[in-house]
Ligand binder design. Structure first.
Ligand SMILES: NC(=O)c1ccc[n+]([C@@H]2O[C@H](COP(=O)([O-])OP(=O)(O)OC[C@H]3O[C@@H](n4cnc5c(N)ncnc54)[C@H](O)[C@@H]3O)[C@@H](O)[C@H]2O)c1
Length: 251
């Protein structure tokens, strides 16, 4: 979905936008008329240059509160407004629960959940004076149904779904909407190891009624929808974009 012009005049940030889903979202938002700033720990300037248009590349870490405040302030100043935030930056580690390293647990929660909290809080401060905005958080099917050996990731994404509802509950009167997208398995650098493992390929196709994994543009399209006027009455919702994974169990 390019939806030319549907985000015309809007500006905001996609975190983790250098590659994968964030990159596809930044490209699609730009094609839909938005001014997009990519914030990433690496590769943001190169990605912004490749996307072109008004795209801005900012180096930053979603867990760094003063850095986020500075970066989002710069976005609002450069674009003259701040209408959307896509909380996309995320990490995932695999470890059996009994041996799950504490530092990995803490870092995963910090980036995926606390980072989303921090970026949302910072964005809301810039949206409030304008009387509106849209926040989209990247959750996962793992936030609603456990994936084995991913305790920290599962817990962080369950937290993202609850965070989405919490923001929506409190921002209702301010014109700021907040929703989440919970992707199934989508082909990106993060999920690349899956596609080298025959057992995983079989499990993914068996668990997905549509019989395949997704592509990044299939997540970008619902993100455009959620930030557009077409979603004015969509608030506090988690949209599963998973080829039917959550709808199916059994045979
Ligand atoms: N790919 C999938 O199958 C899938 C499924 C469900 C949910 N998701 C979620 O979608 C989001 C994007 O996933 P992806 O597959 O594109 O991942 P990816 O690893 O390909 O890209 C993630 C991007 O986030 C950036 N990033 C990581 N930590 C950061 C930090 N602390 N601060 C700023 N940027 C940081 C990385 O540099 C990278 O550019 C994640 O939140 C992920 O959990 C992905």
């Amino acid at each position: 979905m390019s939806e030319t012009g549907i985000l015309e005049g809007r500006a905001g940030v996609v975190t983790g936008g250098s590659r994968g889903l964030g990159r596809a979202i930044a490209e699609a938002f730009t094609a839909a008329g938005a001014q997009v700033a990519i914030l990433d720990t690496a590769g943001a300037q190169d990605a912004a240059a490749e996307i072109g248009g008004a795209t801005l590349g900012l180096t930053g870490d979603v867990t760094d509160a003063p850095g986020i405040e500075r970066a989002f302030g710069e976005v609002a100043q450069q674009f003259g407004r701040f209408d959307f935030l896509v909380n996309n930056a995320g990490i995932r580690a695999q470890a059996p629960f009994a041996e799950h390293p504490l530092d990995v647990w803490k870092r995963t929660l910090d980036v995926n959940l606390t980072g989303s909290f921090l970026c949302a809080q910072t964005a809301i401060a810039l949206m409030l004076p304008r009387g509106g905005g849209s926040i989209v958080n990247l959750a996962s099917i793992a936030g609603a149904i456990a994936l084995k050996e991913r305790a920290a990731y599962n817990a962080s994404k369950g937290g993202v779904i609850a965070l989405t509802q919490s923001i929506a509950a409190e921002m209702s009167s301010s014109g700021i909407r907040c929703n989440a997208i919970a992707p199934g398995i989508v082909e990106t650098p993060l999920s690349a190891p899956y596609f080298r493992d025959e057992r995983m390929i079989a499990a993914i196709t068996a668990n997905t009624p549509l019989g395949r994994w997704g592509q990044p543009h299939e997540i970008a399209a619902p993100a455009i929808f959620l930030c557009s006027p077409a979603a004015e009455f969509v608030h506090g919702h988690t949209l599963f974009v998973d080829g039917g994974w959550m709808a199916f169990k059994g045979y």
